[in-house]
Design a protein around this ligand. Structure first.
Ligand code: 5GP
Ligand code: ZN
Length: 138
């Protein structure tokens, strides 16, 4: 199912042109228009799912292998030393387009820091309390 008001549905379906790296019956992989690094790509399912919580199980099972395939090709072709697979869910997490997508971000030796955070501190009691809360909703 697609959403007529969704730009990624239009891109994934080929209605809006994009720089496409890969396409099959379930996915289109495109270059990001605002790349975090050279080669930054987006894996778009052709069906509309708002985020990972809405994602179909069969499609979900194919996303990580596809991320590995694209990332491996980036290492061979672009000479990046590694890559990040990043997937944002919800505005608070940085999601700006509400059609599930996974970023594949090539990382180069000596490149800028990104996808990182400053480790905080938590007591064993706090960890246990947080764990109990989450486990209560699984
Ligand atoms: P999010 O912040 O939702 O995880 O990521 C959305 C990404 O989509 C951003 O990196 C942004 O640069 C990219 N983007 C937004 N609109 C377009 C577009 O029309 N074409 C392409 N290729 N990328 C887009
Ligand atoms: Zn969509």
């Amino acid at each position: 199912m697609t959403d007529d008001n969704c730009i990624f549905c239009k891109i994934a379906g080929g209605v809006i042109p994009s720089t496409t790296l890969y396409e099959d019956e379930d996915f289109r992989v495109i270059l990001d228009l605002g790349p975090a690094s050279r080669g930054h790509a987006l894996i778009l399912p052709k069906q509309h799912f708002a985020d990972v919580c809405a994602l179909d199980g069969d499609i979900a099972a194919k996303v990580l292998p596809l991320g590995a395939k694209i990332g491996s090709a980036m290492k061979k072709s672009l000479g990046c030393a590694g890559f990040n697979l990043v997937q944002n869910n919800g505005e608070a997490a940085g999601q700006t387009v509400f059609h599930f997508h996974m970023h594949v971000i090539p990382r180069y030796e000596g490149g800028p820091a990104m996808v990182s955070w400053t480790p905080g501190k938590a007591s064993p009691e706090e960890l246990a309390e947080v764990a109990d809360k989450i486990k209560g909703c699984l």
